[in-house]
Design a protein around this ligand. Structure first.
Ligand code: BT5
Length: 315
């Protein structure tokens, strides 16, 4: 109701009437909101006015103004967890519906790929995981990594004047530095996906001192790139709504529109790269990505080679 009033006054009587509670209960709720960082002014004998609100990720703030078809119909926020991907897996096991979003303010065991760690300090960033139950074959699951990369890039553009680029398979870069990482995991049988978890970590207001010295690649945050703090609530709301729109496009029109946008935003299309797959290193020119998300490399001898996973360095 405060949001709808847009900074205007709301009388205690009006709030009490609409919520079917006493005016004393209204006062208690206002006190509770204040303790959470909401600045609410009381104007004697006229009512209350919302002056400002904290940048705290909570269900009520995030769902305000969202009209999701699937992603964001249910949002679960916790202060602390090991990893939002783990939390999402547990929720999916218990039957959480398609489109459920899980967020934490702090991760004690944030995960990167291949057992790597994702730095996840509290109060500054976004750590979220989306549970999907898409009607696609497990081998096409990587397509949704591309979908989440496009959504993160668009959300950064909506919230800042920056121009993010995507690096295969799961990095979002600004001026060559990593601002976001994606980790998608699934539970599946040979031909059925039970559920898939899109894990998304975005460095929003992380300061220089909060990055460890030993990161594998240069890293950054939206704050460091723009010199001004970005609202986590506004960013996250925009990301959820973009994921919802793109997922709807994906279910209706397939992977092609997502792939085209991904390629247009990619740093590596047409570039000479080295790919470390864990077993061997290869060099070649990137000619595209195929329908199951593999990178297509044209090797020195002209042979086309598909790479399903690995770390890419542009040469
Ligand atoms: C990734 O792995 O980039 C995937 C990161 C996914 C994180 C999200 S947060 C929400 C969800 N819940 C989780 O537990 N995870 C997901 P990878 O490409 O392997 O990159 C990991 C490497 O990036 C590390 O080895 C570090 O060198 C570096 N790194 C760690 N934390 C970083 C950060 N906050 N920003 C930039 N680089 C970081």
């Amino acid at each position: 109701m405060f949001r709808a009033r847009d900074g205007g006054l709301l009388s205690g009587e009006e709030l009490a009437g609409a919520l079917c509670v006493s005016r004393t209960a209204v006062w208690k709720h206002v006190k509770n909101l204040r303790s959470k960082g909401y600045r609410i002014e009381s104007v004697p004998s006229r009512g209350y006015r919302l002056l400002s609100f904290p940048d705290v990720l909570c269900e009520a703030e995030l769902s305000s103004g969202l009209r999701p078809k699937r992603i964001g119909r249910r949002i679960i926020c916790v202060e602390e967890t090991d990893s939002t991907n783990q939390l999402a897996f547990r929720a999916a096991e218990e039957g959480a519906e398609d489109g459920t979003v899980v967020l934490a303010d702090l991760q004690t065991g944030g995960k990167g790929r291949l057992g790597r760690r994702w730095e996840s300090p509290p109060g500054v960033n976004l750590y979220c995981s989306v549970i999907l139950r898409p009607p696609i074959l497990p081998l096409n699951a990587p397509q949704l990594t591309f979908l989440s990369a496009v959504a993160v890039a668009r959300a950064i553009e909506e919230s800042t004047s920056l121009s993010p680029r995507i690096k295969w398979p799961n990095d979002i870069l600004i001026n060559g530095r990593k601002v976001a990482g994606l980790l998608n995991e699934m539970s599946a049988e040979t031909d059925t996906i039970h559920w898939l978890v899109l894990g998304i970590g975005v460095n929003i207001n992380m300061s220089r001192e909060q990055f460890p010295d030993d990161l594998r690649h240069p890293a950054t945050s939206l704050l460091l790139e723009t010199d001004s703090p970005v609202s986590r609530v506004t960013f996250t709301r925009s990301l959820i709504s973009l994921l919802d729109v793109l997922y709807d496009v994906f279910l209706g029109n397939g992977f092609d529109p997502i792939r085209e946008e991904w390629l247009a935003r990619s740093t590596i299309q047409g570039k000479k790269v080295r790919v470390a797959t864990g077993e061997i290193d290869m060099e070649g020119t990137v000619t595209g990505i195929d329908p199951d998300g593999a990178l297509i490399l044209c090797l020195r001898d002209g042979v086309l080679h598909r790479v399903l996973a690995g770390d890419v360095t542009i040469m």
